[in-house]
Design a protein. Structure first.
Length: 607
């Protein structure tokens, strides 16, 4: 929009200068300018009327502006924690007094003492809060939550739109704080898997909402560059291209599975990590699937499309191969698709009351299915790609210790292959590595720190590890680390898979650690070797008394792997063991586990 001289306080020359300047300002610069002008404003007054600066001063006296800000994060994998730290550091640079704290460490009664609260929280599973947010979530949504006066807040919610209850925990926090009397500093922002840019925009909006009017700090204005997960060096926004040293198949001949041990070189990269951290990989889509899509759509593979707000351009085929997600269907995608497809069957599927049918349709289908079922589309290639979300990175638990192998990082990856709806399907990253990556190739990677899945600070603390299948990966890093530092604490591993002969991952290493005393005890469960399936939770029950004794000694319990089935079953088994051996009611057992969680003695890395 162009400024007009008519009815404007600016003369012609000033108007021309503003019209040249304003269109070129970033959002951050506009926020800075707005704050600066507000801070230095001096209004012309008429006789008997207070000046604008006097009015502002009176309002400040009645409601003093505090520079204290609390940032609470609820994290499962570490994304929200890293964002909270990053945002906190930038607010400190702007002159604020910032407290960054996990929800699990926050005392709920202190909520009434806060004036400015920023919440950064992910949603886990089917709309559940992450483990570190459970207690605070229960408090805030319960009857003990206080009425909030002169309380300002904003929520940044992280989620995955392929789940039905997208960003549900953030939505619940946002609505509840409003119910309790809070005022939003800035509207809630819901982020999908590619959260860097919307998180940066949210931060800028929050700073604007805080009404920053301190000339001394405004000069340190916000950068419009999207936030990275790490402060410097290689990160999510600046991946390191690691050379593949080796790919070893861990399963024996005849196994139903293909589990790969992958070794990557990080020599001279300056990358460090701790046991419990994950490695992010930027994958490419399957070229065969991309070709099928292009054929179905009828677009030219060399046609140029703009892929982001920065104006980057790629050929259509390259964009589908490297930039856009094409293997997962989400409700937002189907809703956008229905607006251009004009297909009554799709409209009916999306209609209210058909949520179960929609969920069943999306399960196991991909973008090619959607086009074949509800196409054809009469749109341009650019319009088509605007419907898609960015191809997310894949996170894998690191299976090696930096202390033991500083020049390498190891992963344990299960190749995902299945047949559904008349077609063979492949995991994007796992099958890329299994079929299209060779030693000597390079993969773009970054380290995802996870402070919620860490070895105890005291190496004498006992640890219990439950990790069937590829869930055993971080426990390999745990034991490498404890061997390297000479830890004296007891350790107990529960491992399970399908068959003893073909699927005993890292068998020789566990046996050597048992022999050397690095691993104190190990129980195994191979579900397909017996008439009745036996899983890790059954082995836990068989040793319930000893397991409870370890817990009473202060052991930390770790669970890694599938959340929907394994982790849920293990959790229920844990409650059963505590009830039985501790002679407690179910309510008392739940309180026992909640206390373990609060004291970081119950940690889960589940997916």
């Amino acid at each position: 929009m162009q400024l007009q001289v008519i009815n404007s306080p600016f003369n012609q020359e000033q108007t021309e200068l503003l019209n040249r300047l304003l269109p070129n300002l970033t959002e951050s610069q506009k926020i800075w300018l707005s704050g600066y002008l507000s801070a230095s404003a001096t209004a012309v007054t008429t006789a008997g009327e207070p000046s604008l600066t006097t009015e502002i001063a009176e309002k400040k006296a009645a409601n003093p502006i505090t520079k204290d800000i609390t940032i609470l994060f609820g994290s499962q994998t570490g994304n929200t924690q890293n964002l909270a730290k990053n945002h906190g550091n930038r607010l400190k640079e702007l002159g604020f007094n910032v407290t960054v704290q996990s929800m699990s460490d926050f005392k709920p009664n202190n909520l009434k003492k806060i004036q400015n609260l920023l919440i950064i929280v992910s949603t886990h599973g089917e709309g559940d809060p992450p483990d570190t947010a459970i207690a605070f979530h229960e408090f805030l949504l319960g009857k003990r939550a206080p009425k909030l006066e002169d309380f300002h807040y904003s929520v940044l919610a992280l989620g995955d739109s392929s789940y039905e209850f997208f960003c549900e925990t953030g939505k619940q926090f946002d609505e509840r704080l409003e119910e309790l009397g809070g005022t939003r500093l800035y509207p809630r922002v819901d982020c999908d898997l590619d959260f860097d840019e919307p998180a940066s925009e949210w931060f800028e909006g929050v700073v604007s909402g805080l009404n920053l009017q301190l000339e001394s700090t405004v000069s340190n204005a916000i950068s419009s560059t999207p936030l990275s997960i790490q402060d410097s060096g290689y990160s999510r926004s600046n991946p390191y291209y690691a050379e593949v040293l080796d790919i070893i198949k861990l399963n024996g001949r005849g196994s139903n599975k293909e589990t790969l041990h992958v070794e990557l070189s990080i020599e001279d990269a300056g990358i460090t990590f701790e046991p419990g951290d994950s490695l992010g990989i930027f994958p490419n889509n399957d070229p065969e699937l991309v070709e099928l899509l292009i054929k179905e759509l009828g677009f030219s593979p060399t046609e140029s499309v703009t892929i982001n707000k920065q104006g980057e351009v790629l050929a259509f085929r390259e964009a589908l191969l490297t930039y856009y997600e094409i293997t997962v269907l989400t409700k937002p995608l189907l809703q956008k698709f229905s607006e251009i497809a004009s297909n009554p069957s799709l409209d009916e599927l999306l209609a209210k009351g058909n949520e179960d049918k929609l969920k069943a349709y999306m399960n196991g289908r991909d973008l090619l299915d959607l086009i074949q079922d509800f196409g054809p589309l009469k749109i341009e290639a650019q319009t088509f790609v605007s419907l898609l979300r960015k191809l997310p990175t894949r996170l894998y638990s690191i299976a090696s210790s930096y202390q033991a192998n500083p020049d390498e990082v190891h992963l344990t990856i299960g190749a995902v292959r299945y047949h559904a709806n008349g077609r063979d399907r492949n995991g994007v990253c796992s099958v890329q590595i299994a079929e299209r990556i060779q030693p000597g190739d390079k993969l773009p990677i970054y380290v995802q720190n996870n402070e919620n899945f860490k070895l105890p600070a005291n190496p004498d603390t006992p640890i219990i590890m439950v990790g069937p299948g590829t869930g055993v990966a971080p426990f390999r890093s745990f034991l490498q680390e404890r061997e390297e530092i000479g830890a004296k604490g007891k350790s107990w591993l529960f491992f399970g898979d399908q068959h003893f002969v073909t699927d005993f991952l890292y068998q020789t290493e566990w046996q050597n650690w048992l022999k050397d005393g690095v691993l104190t005890k190990m129980n195994i469960a191979f579900s397909r070797d017996t008439a009745e399936k036996v899983y890790v939770q059954h082995r836990m029950l068989e040793h319930s008394k000893e397991l409870f004794d370890w817990l009473e000694e202060g052991a930390v319990l770790y669970i890694c792997g599938d959340e929907k089935h394994m982790a849920h079953d293990v959790h229920q088994t844990l409650l059963t063991i505590i009830q039985k051996e501790g002679q407690m009611s179910l309510e008392q057992a739940e309180e026992y586990v909640a206390a373990m969680n609060q004291n970081k003695r119950y940690q889960r890395d589940v997916y």
